[in-house]
Write a protein that binds this ligand. Structure first.
Ligand code: R5P
Length: 300
């Protein structure tokens, strides 16, 4: 079956790179907002036969940025799915490297919605064939998918990048208990005996404020702090500060999805990070590691 990539507005570079890896055509979209605030999207084609009968790969991350928030990105994704199905796509594959709302995968306080799960149920309602995300915050919510669903691991790519920067005597620091499994898996990409140190993080579920503690011995070590998401940078900056106070030489702030909202860059660099490293799941200055090849390999 012939394949084509629809490059969503949030993933313009990654979408084109995936199409190039797959050696297939890519098409972008046209978007605008109506005066009442509603989103408009159309796939940028005049001829529906470019879509009908084809395997259509839609690439759209759903992270917030200065140009659109995650709600708009999700609506655009839903619109792309509907549009290609209406044009007779034979198979629809979604690549949403960052899936919004996955941090809402539990009820933390009475009265909340478990909206991460709802997002996947909404995608189910649109009847797609395959779904790919990268380092999803709550991998269990992928079980909501009624179709084939894959959570791609970007850790090796991120570790390779850190190695290319000449890091030595590496210690991986996990910024909270939730990240320990990920950090341990990440450390293995630097070598079998790379130590993993754990910080304890408590987030106040009412105010969102965090408190972090831990005693680390990082004297003359290059420290890699790895998280799935950097949002406001509070978690990362606090972990960096503790790492520096514990003697760290260089500190690499690594996240698959470096959203870098509000004052995150300022906080992280001021805390003492040498570099902020993310993937092109989020299209910004931290996207130093491309996911294009690994995603294309899954789609081949
Ligand atoms: C939470 O469990 C996530 O893994 C990240 O640690 C969190 O989203 C980071 O948020 P922020 O950058 O706002 O501290």
């Amino acid at each position: 079956m012939q394949k084509i990539v629809i490059v969503g507005p949030a993933s313009q570079i990654l979408g084109v790179k995936i199409a190039q890896e797959l050696e297939i055509e890519s098409i972008n979209t046209e978007i605008k907002k109506f005066p009442d605030g509603e989103n408009y999207l159309r796939i940028n084609i005049e001829d529906e036969t470019l879509i009908s009968g084809k395997e259509v790969i839609i690439v759209q991350s759903t992270g917030p940025s200065t140009s659109a928030d995650q709600n708009a990105r999700l609506i655009e994704l839903f619109m792309m799915i509907d549009a290609v199905k209406r044009m007779g796509a034979a198979k629809v594959i979604i690549v949403a490297p960052y899936l919004a709302y996955t941090r809402q995968d539990k009820i933390f306080r009475p009265g909340e919605s478990q909206f991460g799960n709802v997002i996947l149920r909404l995608i189910n309602a649109l009847s797609i064939d395959e779904f790919y995300a990268v380092d999803i915050h709550a991998p269990l919510i992928m079980e909501e998918c009624l179709c084939k669903a894959i959570n791609i691991d970007s850790m090796k790519l991120l570790a390779d990048y850190v190695k290319s920067k000449g890091a030595k005597d590496i210690v991986v620091v996990s910024p909270d208990k939730g990240a320990i499994e990920r950090s341990s898996a990440f450390a293995k990409h630097f070598g079998e005996d790379i130590p993993v140190e754990l910080l304890e993080k408590e987030r106040n579920v009412k105010t969102g404020e965090i408190e972090m503690s831990g005693t680390l011995n990082l004297k003359d070590k290059d420290v890699v702090i790895a998280d799935d998401i950097i949002a406001t940078g509070g978690t990362m900056a606090t972990a960096i500060k503790i790492a520096k106070e514990s003697g760290a030489r260089k500190v690499f702030a690594v996240a698959t999805h470096a959203l870098l909202l509000q004052q995150a860059k300022f906080r992280i660099i001021k805390a003492g990070a040498d570099e902020i490293i993310g993937t092109d799941s989020i299209d910004n200055e931290a996207s130093k590691v491309s996911l294009a090849k690994i995603i294309a390999d899954y789609l081949k």
